[in-house]
Design a protein around this ligand. Sequence first.
Ligand code: ADP
Ligand code: MG
Length: 326
Amino acid sequence: MSNTVLSIRNLVVDIPTRHAVLRPVDNVSYDIAAGEILGVVGESGAGKSMAGNAVIGLLNRPAHISGGEIWLNGNRIDNLPREKLRRLRGKDMGMVFQDPLTSLNPLLRIGDQLTETMLTHLDISRSEAEKRAVAALEEVGIPAAAERVNSYPHEFSGGMRQRVVIALALCAEPSLIIADEPTTALDVSVQAQIIALLKRLCRQRGTAVMLITHDMGVIAEACDRVAVMYAGRLAELGPVREVIQNPRHPYTDGLMGSTPLASKGQKRLRQIPGSMPRLGRLPAGCAFNPRCPKAQDACRIDPPPTMEDGRAACLYPIEIEKKVPA
Ligand SMILES: Nc1ncnc2c1ncn2[C@@H]1O[C@H](COP(=O)(O)OP(=O)(O)O)[C@@H](O)[C@H]1O
Ligand SMILES: [Mg+2]
């Protein structure tokens, strides 16, 4: 498809350790189109951040890409030299992390940081960049933007700081934003505002978004499609509405059952029994089998193939709900 911005093909990330090679990302594939928000969800340790960091070229040694391909706007980027990737990172990929202070230089006024970023990546004059910096802050809802351009990061609240980070991530007009738990550190009351802001701005500009979160509620609110990760593998991939209404993978069903979602109107929440296995101790077969209510002997032999429609990697997927006529 011509409007595909990001394409991840059979991505594998390995971490060699003294005892074994750990595989936090195992054969993961998905695309994100222009203007689309793909949610990546799963419990802590599922490999969500590793997959995101592989795309932006920020894996920390000894973790490294050991298989597969990453394409951005039709160009392969997983094998680029460091310097080229660094440039892409500012220009074509914007980042929003959990802690806004990782993106903001504490010693720079936020206006200067925006201006410098634009001057590095866009062919515009300094006065134009300064004008755009104020406009960018207005756009993300910073009150009195013309004055606040002169403030330092520590002079903002957490929520306002994350708004500044969003302005910074978007100011060089990237085609892809990677947002890794962008609201996890914020007060619940501002989380929804930040998600709504990110969604509105990226829709307006046609920016593709990889939105990484452990929170199924955020997925339901913000995303077009969702990729569910478990122990480094893709458990399920599909349109959010369909996945929420009728999860096919028992792990997705378990995640949904443990999240309060207004749209589902569940009576009570139930936790998935047990916990996700550590990487060095994955069970044979489907990594979810020890916790899975539907597991059979076949699930304990090989990792399950992805269903033909691309939806879930499961030998015994949950049936498609039949609408019972009233
Ligand atoms: N340096 C490392 N050595 C060994 N294991 C690591 C290292 N860094 C991360 N991991 C493991 O990689 C897995 C994936 O981590 P991560 O991508 O951060 O998960 P998520 O973002 O989904 O919470 C986790 O099981 C984590 O323990
Ligand atoms: Mg993470």
